[in-house]
Ligand binder design. Sequence first.
Ligand SMILES: [Zn+2]
Length: 268
Amino acid sequence: MDHFELQRRLKASGFYQGDIDGDMGAATMDAISAFLNNGRVDVPQSWSKARRVLAAKQLVCRNDGIEVGKVDGLNGPQTEFAFEVYAHRRGTGPSPVIPARNVDPPAAEPAGAKPVWPRQADVEAFYGAVGANQVRLALPFPMKLAWDPSKSVNAITLHQKVHDSAKRCFERIADAYDPAARKTTGIELFGGSLNVRKMRGGDRWSMHSWGIAIDFDPARNGLHSNRSNARLAQPDCEAFWRIWEDEGWVSLGRARDFDWMHVQASRL
Ligand SMILES: [Zn+2]
């Protein structure tokens, strides 16, 4: 999260009235102090300016329900992960780099009719307003919350139009991967589905805003992941992706070689 984004958030929540210029000047620092105070973050006098700024960014994540750990102004792995989740939700991750050999042969057509999902530009027309028409999907196998694996996830929230398709996928995944395999591959780690984020300044909505995208094991399949280092790019995950692709879902990893955690019910 950059300084501009922090200022935008401070402004949106009424703590800051100045320009969005990325300058951590006196007005911004005053806003940060008020914001941290409002969030009941204890700020010792000894904290540097940089530490206060980072703490405010952590608090933005925490307020958004992203597991960021202690709001302490220190940049550890949990904080970096939270910022990655934040950027991902906003759809402001790195621009996809499209390598020459990025297109896999199309999956064989299943016997039944394969759903055809809208292109990203047409998702609103197809799915309706962001955050609307959501239903719960009971999972055929228990998942774990990626950022707190002590918490089980037995149902997830998705758009009603993708519910049946996702249900078929999860059932096939349960057949193809036993508990040990789901653990090894990270398929059991749920990284989020519905997540409505109001964008500003012409930013677009994340596909998660419609509940038509699901993330798996974000820690090992981050925005900067690629075929060589993403866990879900390894051969033992091939069947997992085929299952989704049989239902017309798109893996950003397999299609564009980034954001390997993510699968969506819309075409690129
Ligand atoms: Zn995602």
